[in-house]
Design a protein around this ligand. Structure first.
Ligand SMILES: NC(=O)c1ccc[n+]([C@@H]2O[C@H](COP(=O)([O-])OP(=O)(O)OC[C@H]3O[C@@H](n4cnc5c(N)ncnc54)[C@H](OP(=O)(O)O)[C@@H]3O)[C@@H](O)[C@H]2O)c1
Length: 321
């Protein structure tokens, strides 16, 4: 069992995309790392695992916090579905359990993986995230709230379509939105560096990858070029999404599964129409220049690796967000 040290970090969500990159980044920097998982799964060598239920306060206290004075907690927890009930249970509830137990146990710092989209909240899961951000800001712990732009996996869903000779789907004209994609490794490094970088303490930290900002059309064009195929786009009007959402919302009043589909369609529409960049409230627009950048890994380098079969795309359950 791990002996408590001043450099012992508790990592939540270590089995997820960013959580597993963060586990590696912590190990590389010499931290002692404890991870909480809900079942036996592969974790990198050198990590201590605690199996527990983060949604249950007493269990979490007993299994994870008793007797270990963690220096910091990094939470990469996120609901797997994005459905409102799941988001309130995990993004809000489980994080609040961890914050409460961490404060009781004397931890000093809580680093949260949030999302840049909460700056213009329209969806249930965004409200759940914001509610926890607010609890964290009010707590006595030092906080770093990291709000990244889009992950590579969420921008890679059409690689297989292009490889199969199909057209690339664009919402509107393909230039309604833009983002500065951030790689798993660059985001993990950013999260871990919050531990010692006091410029990132008690702050909300929007963060993108190395830039420039890319539109879906930019991504499609580059993907065809890298795949050596003639560009072929199909435009999906936003009005068509609105019709679908309207129908599902009505039907959802009678059926819970259809209500869940309506929420997923709303999530899709949000990402089809809102940029993952810093929102400039005074100018009422997204601003690429105001969106901070970190790291070196570029989305198109990743596309090349995927096309060459050198890496797999982890689309996971919620690739859209
Ligand atoms: N995708 C994007 O482009 C993007 C952009 C900006 C921000 N974000 C934000 O980043 C976060 C998603 O990160 P990610 O893609 O790394 O997530 P992910 O791969 O879906 O991982 C989610 C983690 O949370 C754990 N978890 C979920 N429900 C749980 C439960 N009931 N009990 C215990 N553990 C639970 C999962 O454990 P299991 O393995 O046991 O399920 C997993 O470790 C979200 O907050 C999202 O809003 C995403």
């Amino acid at each position: 069992m791990l002996q408590p040290t001043a450099r012992c970090i508790l990592l939540l969500g270590a089995t997820g995309t960013i959580g597993s990159a963060t586990a590696q980044a912590l190990l590389q920097r010499g931290f002692d790392v404890v991870c909480v998982t809900r079942r036996e799964t592969d974790l990198p060598k050198g990590i201590e695992r605690r199996i527990s239920d983060v949604t249950d306060m007493d269990t979490l206290r007993r299994d994870v916090f008793e007797g270990v004075p963690y220096d910091a907690v990094i939470s990469c927890l996120a609901s797997r579905t994005g459905a409102p009930a799941d988001a309130w249970a995990v993004d809000y509830g489980a994080n609040l359990n961890a914050l409460t137990a961490a404060a009781e146990a004397g931890a000093r710092h809580f680093i949260l993986l949030s999302a840049i989209c909460v700056q213009r909240p329209k969806l249930g899961f965004q409200q759940a995230k914001l509610a926890f951000e607010s609890k964290l800001k009010q707590s006595d712990l030092r906080h770093s709230i990291v709000r990244p732009t889009a992950f590579f996996k969420s921008l890679s869903g059409q690689i297989a379509r292009v490889q199969a000779g199909k057209s690339y789907l664009l919402f509107g004209d393909g230039a309604l939105t833009a983002c500065k994609p951030i790689s798993d490794g660059d985001l993990a490094a950013y999260l871990v560096e919050c531990i010692d970088n006091d410029a990132r303490w008690n702050s909300i930290l929007p963060i993108g990858g190395p830039g420039p900002a890319l539109t879906p059309r930019d991504m499609g064009e580059k993907l065809f070029e890298l795949a050596g195929r003639e560009p072929k786009f199909r435009k999906v009007p936003i009005a068509m999404m609105d019709l679908t959402i309207g129908g599902l919302t009505l039907a959802g009043k009678l059926s819970a599964p259809l209500a869940a589909k309506a929420e997923l369609a709303r999530i899709g529409r949000y990402y089809a129409t809102e940029s993952m960049l810093v929102w400039d409230a005074s100018a009422q627009r997204y601003d690429a220049a105001k969106t901070p950048e970190t790291g070196e890994e570029a989305l198109f380098g990743y596309y090349e690796q995927v096309l060459k079969g050198q890496t797999d795309v982890d689309l996971a359950d919620h690739a859209v967000f």
